[in-house]
Write a protein that binds this ligand. Structure first.
Ligand code: SF4
Length: 502
């Protein structure tokens, strides 16, 4: 197997053609513009292409400066990959969304703007960015995990409270400082859009420094701040008033009880009063207000309320594709349960489509399209469950295993552990679970719906590791420990391999 086949993904030409036809771009030769017009800053200093692809590292602050990362060799290599349609394995979610026809949800679309540095007749090359000394037009910041909430579908990388209380991990150390803000100046000067994520952006001190710089040197830039709208204090309102802020509110439900059961520590009344204030603010400033919604196992029955509110109040609605954790993603429902969800959401869409005809509003049309595409994604998950017994296996994991070119089930445990070791570095925690299912399925039966906790227990009972494991975590039936189990699973399998080798 050639090396290049190992780290790229296959794609469906037909699906790509259909996707290109719906993009609002004249030139669709690049599937994704992110490597050419955007850079993403992760909480521990990593600089990467976007929030989906977190593994192709351009560099790490402070060891690598922001300019070195953007104009450096690693970014150049990634641009080459995108140009030649050799998709990076970490781009699997975009590719999946394209393949199943969830066009509104394709993450790469948020970078779909004509490239300012490219002349019409010019052919884009990986070196074009460097030659034209073009800084990115989009800056995306996820500089810290400070957050006041502990939402069920979230993790410790986005909430310091989850990291502390649920995952029992040491606090994350964010390296960003005033020298970083200084390095950002040429980037701030030319940026058209900057997105601020968290954590809760209004609780992250360094963001105020960056917003201050925007006010001083580029007040025209659009600042998209994704907030949970529970902590809008005076300082936050000063930012809203002094910068060109486009607020994006994270909303999963407008049913008070349901909202508070998902968004732990939040008060619905405070949240909703802030939503209404932000709506009035946007209306006065003629700015689009956006809701960002996670359709999950805990809120699917209440999504109609969110859609109706948005359509009634001209709020733009965006749906995230939630693929983890297992306890929240709709993807992990049984065939039957997922079918029930689809049926209900189809019915919601039908009634809202009727309203669309009456209102003729563009926002309603766009929102209904986003809703329809979200259902398309659910239908694709359902279809794969129907077609394939191993349907919950992530496409990326399947691909990685396929390129091993061997029937993995026939191999001894030591070989499978070695394979695990080789492949796990590229995977998310959730995909590591999928990988476990595939690698160890011949050892056990009835494992289809096992969580990290089950896998750990299996490893413990088979390899007598109880004392080592309980040093780190008390095994309990508490589902909220799922994240810890996932993290532990990675390290325990490392130990298992070492033990077998010794
Ligand atoms: S994950 Fe999607 S948006 Fe990110 S670089 Fe890859 S194709 Fe582009």
């Amino acid at each position: 197997m050639k090396e290049e086949q190992r780290d790229t993904l296959p794609f469906e030409t037909k699906a790509l053609e259909v996707y290109n036809a719906v993009r609002n771009l004249k030139d669709t030769s690049l599937v994704c513009h992110a490597p050419f017009n955007s850079i993403y800053f992760m909480p521990e200093g990593q600089m990467v292409p976007c929030c989906y692809n977190r593994t192709h590292l351009y560099g790490r602050y402070p060891q690598t400066s922001v300019e070195e990362a953007w104009f450096g060799q690693s970014a150049l290599q990634f641009r080459e990959k995108i140009i030649s349609k050799k998709f990076d394995v970490a781009c699997v979610r975009c590719l999946d969304q394209i393949n199943v026809g969830n066009h509104e949800g394709v993450h790469a679309r948020i970078y779909d703007q004509p490239l300012a540095f490219k002349k019409e007749s010019e052919k884009i090359t990986a070196g074009s960015v460097l030659q034209s000394k073009a800084f990115p037009e989009i800056l995306e910041f996820e500089l810290h995990n400070i957050c006041n909430l502990e939402c069920v579908m979230c993790g410790g990388m986005h909430s310091h409270l989850i990291r502390q209380n649920r995952e029992k991990l040491p606090a994350l150390v964010s390296p960003y400082d005033s020298a970083f803000v200084q390095q950002l100046e040429p980037f701030i000067k030319t940026a058209k859009v900057a997105r601020f994520l968290g954590g809760e952006p209004f609780l992250i001190p360094i963001y105020y420094e960056i917003w201050e710089r925007f006010v001083q040197i580029n007040p025209q830039a659009e600042l998209h701040i994704t907030t949970n709208a529970t902590t809008l204090n005076k300082r936050a309102w000063r930012v809203l008033e002094s910068c060109k802020v486009h607020p994006v509110i994270s909303v999963d439900s407008l049913n008070p009880e349901n909202y508070e059961s998902i968004r732990k520590n939040a008060s619905f009344s405070t949240f909703f009063s802030n939503v209404e204030s932000l709506r009035t603010f946007c209306k006065k400033k003629n700015i689009q207000l956006t809701f960002s919604c996670c359709p999950i196992q805990q809120n699917w029955e209440y999504l109609d309320g969110v859609l109706r509110y948005c359509n009634k109040n001209s709020v733009r609605l965006y749906f995230n594709t939630v693929v983890m954790p297992e306890t929240a993603s709709l993807r992990f429902l049984s065939k039957e349960a997922l079918q029930t969800v689809i049926k209900r959401l189809d019915w919601v869409l039908k009634t809202e489509s009727f309203r669309e005809l009456l209102s003729r509003s563009k926002t309603t049309r766009d929102n209904n399209l986003a809703f329809r595409n979200m259902i398309v994604q659910l239908k694709a998950w359902h279809k794969s469950k129907m077609e394939d017994q191993s349907s919950e296996e992530d496409a990326k994991v399947t691909h990685l295993l396929n390129i091993q070119g061997t029937n993995i089930d026939d191999k001894p445990l030591s070989f499978r552990l070695e394979t695990f070791d080789r492949l796990k570095v590229e995977l998310t925690d959730e995909q590591v679970l999928v990988l476990c299912r595939r690698l160890f399925r011949s050892d056990i039966q009835n494992h289809q719906h096992w969580t990290a906790k089950n896998w750990l227990e299996w490893i413990i009972s088979n390899y007598s590791w109880k004392s080592e494991v309980t040093q780190n975590i008390e095994l309990s039936s508490d589902d909220s420990s799922a994240f810890q189990y996932e993290a532990l699973l990675r390290t325990k399998i490392d130990l298992l391999r070492e033990k077998l080798n010794s």
